[in-house]
Each structure stands twice: as structure tokens, then as C-alpha cells.
Write a protein that binds this ligand. Structure first.
Ligand code: SAM
Ligand code: 2KA
Ligand code: SF4
Ligand code: MG
Length: 181
């Protein structure tokens, strides 16, 4: 059984795949407590893999995004294998502090201050920018390095930083701009 906060269908709002229809599986709980976290993830119900797969089967997209909370607390090789057998491309949103199954197709690592990154394979880095020194995160081995405004509030500050440090790209939380989940 895996503790699920919510399962919903929307567009990936952030990062490289922004605009892509995806089924979100939001797991409960996290090993960090970021003061800016925009998600109430603690509540949830234990679901069997059969029930999870049956729920996602009701949506037409082939992309699944594992998020939370911190999805690495709840997933294993068997879970990813079952999603693949259901024909899904599996993406994860993780804070990068815990290991994850190697079979995941797309890894978004969002490192947090004072929480060392343990992952050594990732496709994109996506840092919530609050004025901290983000230069060490450019060393993380990803194809894409994004800075994301915090709750859409400091977009100008982030744009100015990126213009001065052009190895970064902008990730907006586009779902919040168009008022979808
Ligand atoms: C809620 S987290 C869940 C996954 C994982 N725990 C993590 O932090 O990557 C999903 C994404 O939202 C970002 N995020 C959380 N709070 C935010 C906020 N207030 N503004 C912008 N992005 C935020 C996180 O950094 C992460 O990239
Ligand atoms: N539309 C939409 N896109 C997202 N991308 C990452 C999200 C997350 O909370 O992990 C998220 C989310 O909550 N909604
Ligand atoms: S690591 Fe992710 S889910 Fe956990 S508190 Fe931070 S932003 Fe929220
Ligand atoms: Mg979100």
C-alpha cells in the first residue's frame, strides 16, 4: 500500500514539459519542511497498486508525474514497472535527497537549502528562487537548469537574475497563471 494525497489530471505546469497533459500522483508526506511549500500533502489514504492503476486508467494521457510531498518515500521498482506495463512515461518531481528507481523516465530534481542532493542522475534541475546562492546547483548533472519564482511573486527578480546568469532558464508555474490544478 502507498499513501496517496491526491490523483488528478492536468497539464504539467512547470519546467521542460510545461503544457504537456499528465496524470499527477501526489504522495503524502515529506522528509523536508520548506517554509515556502505551496502544497498541503500530509493527508492521504493508503491505496493498493491495483486501485492506483485503476484510477489512472481513467485518464487518456500517457505521461504520469509522481510528486508529493516527497514521492521517493513511497515508490519502488515494482511500482514503476507496473506504470510502464500500463503504457505510461514516468516522471518524478523530487527534492533529490533520497534514491529513486533507475527506471524512471524523467527526473526533475528541485534541491533545497541545507538538504544535500544524493541523486547523480537527473534530467532537469528546478530551483525555487528566493534570493539564495544558486550557483552550486549549476554543477548538478542535468540537461536543463531552471529557476522558478516563489508562488509567482518574485518573477521580476528571477528574470533579472537569469539575464545576468544565462545558464539558467525561467520556469513559471503556468497552471497557477491560468487557474487550473
Ligand atoms: C510540492 S513539490 C513536491 C516534490 C518534491 N518534494 C520537491 O520539492 O521537488 C513540487 C515542486 O513545487 C516546487 N514548489 C514548492 N513550493 C513552491 C512555491 N511556493 N513556489 C514555486 N514552486 C514551489 C518544488 O520546489 C518542486 O519543484
Ligand atoms: N499543473 C501542475 N503542474 C505541476 N508540476 C509540478 C507540480 C507539483 O506540485 O509537483 C504541479 C502541480 O501541482 N500542478
Ligand atoms: S521538499 Fe517539496 S514537498 Fe517537501 S516541503 Fe519542500 S517543496 Fe514541499
Ligand atoms: Mg504544485
Amino acid at each position: 500500500m502507498r499513501k496517496i494525497n491526491e490523483i488528478f489530471y492536468s497539464l504539467q505546469g512547470e519546467g521542460f514539459h510545461a503544457g504537456t497533459p499528465a496524470i499527477f500522483i501526489r504522495f503524502s508526506g515529506c522528509n523536508l519542511k520548506c517554509n515556502f511549500c505551496d502544497t498541503q500533502h500530509e493527508s492521504g489514504e493508503l491505496m493498493s497498486d491495483k486501485d492506483i492503476l485503476q484510477t489512472i486508467d481513467g485518464y487518456p494521457a500517457n505521461m504520469v508525474i509522481l510528486t508529493g510531498g516527497e514521492p521517493s518515500l513511497w515508490i519502488d521498482d515494482l511500482f514503476i514497472k507496473q506504470l510502464h506495463q500500463a503504457g505510461k512515461i514516468v516522471c518524478i518531481e523530487t527534492n533529490g535527497t533520497r534514491s529513486i528507481p533507475a527506471s524512471i523516465d524523467w527526473v526533475t530534481c528541485s534541491p533545497k537549502q541545507d538538504a544535500p542532493v544524493l541523486l547523480n542522475r537527473m534530467d532537469e534541475v528546478k530551483v525555487v528562487y528566493t534570493g539564495q546562492d544558486v550557483s552550486p546547483y549549476l554543477e548538478l548533472p542535468a540537461q536543463h537548469h531552471y529557476l522558478q519564482p516563489c508562488s509567482c511573486k518574485n518573477t521580476k527578480e528571477v528574470v533579472d537574475y537569469i539575464l545576468a546568469h544565462p545558464k539558467w532558464k525561467l520556469s513559471l508555474q503556468t497552471h497557477k497563471l491560468i487557474h487550473i490544478q
